[in-house]
Design a protein around this ligand. Structure first.
Ligand code: HEC
Length: 224
């Protein structure tokens, strides 16, 4: 028996649904803020105090460089991560990193100046979002939030236009995935992440608004 309107659910389930939707909205907002902070870091002029690149090189990627090589990375980063001084770093990356991080590999592409400079400008962070990483956020976490919201709640609302909103959500998520994927290692498409941000935020707001309205006000259509 399908529920025609979420309004017909017991109050405890409606309260739980509200909590889940708002928790996902909070997660999405945090993730979007985190990714835009990364975008801005990519355009910054001064290197970060604790650059993410160095934190990674001294952390999880430490087995891939000798202390002398790590020092060369640090010199480049502290010198402003400029294109002029990139040649020695590029040589290390080609030798030590490209086997895993080369184009077309299964790991994030980190071989060019355009890939490495944003990592030098970005502040290292231990947040949940930093752990998931930009790739995980765009390609997995954001799509999952929309999928869960649509399958669990939007699908069961009494709104006739829910299919349109599901379509719009799919477009927003696919646009966000696509723009992130295409921009890897490229510069000059600065509008794309902002367009994706606006699209993802508006569709999720509309989705939450529609589901919350159905949960707590319900249409008379659904009550019959
Ligand atoms: C043996 C394979 C391998 C080698 C060699 C390697 N890495 Fe990695 N690297 C990985 C894996 C696996 C991850 C985690 C990928 C993920 O997040 O899915 C990673 C993650 C990273 C990240 C974080 C990416 C992100 O966006 O979260 C950076 C930066 C990085 N590596 C830099 C380097 C550098 C610089 C070198 C060379 C000095 C290097 N790696 C050598 C396998 C490798």
């Amino acid at each position: 028996m399908g529920v025609m309107s979420l309004r017909n659910l017991p109050p405890s389930e409606r309260a739980f649904a509200t909590f889940v939707l708002l928790a996902m909205a909070a997660f999405l907002t945090g993730g979007l803020l985190f990714t835009t902070r990364q975008e801005r870091a990519g355009m910054a002029q001064a290197p970060a105090a604790r650059p993410r690149l160095m934190a990674i090189l001294e952390g999880v990627m430490a087995p891939n460089t000798s202390p002398a090589e790590t020092a060369m990375f640090r010199t480049w980063v502290q010198g402003g991560a400029a294109r002029e001084g990139f040649a020695p770093v590029e040589a290390i990356v080609t030798n030590n990193c490209a086997s895993c991080h080369g184009p077309g590999g299964q790991f994030p592409r980190i071989t060019s100046y355009e890939d490495l400079r944003p990592l030098a400008m970005e502040e290292a962070s231990d947040s949940l979002y930093a752990t998931i990483g930009a790739r995980g956020l765009h390609l997995v976490a954001f799509p999952l939030v929309f999928l869960a919201a649509a399958v669990l709640y939007l699908r069961r609302t009494a709104w006739a236009s829910r299919k349109g909103l599901m379509g719009a959500s799919a477009v927003a998520v696919l646009f966000d995935m696509g723009q992130w994927w295409l921009r890897q290692g490229r510069t000059g498409i600065a509008w794309a992440p902002w367009a994706a941000l606006v699209l993802v935020a508006t569709t999720y707001l509309a989705l939450t608004g529609m589901v919350l309205a159905d949960l707590w006000h319900g249409s008379s259509e659904g009550q019959r």
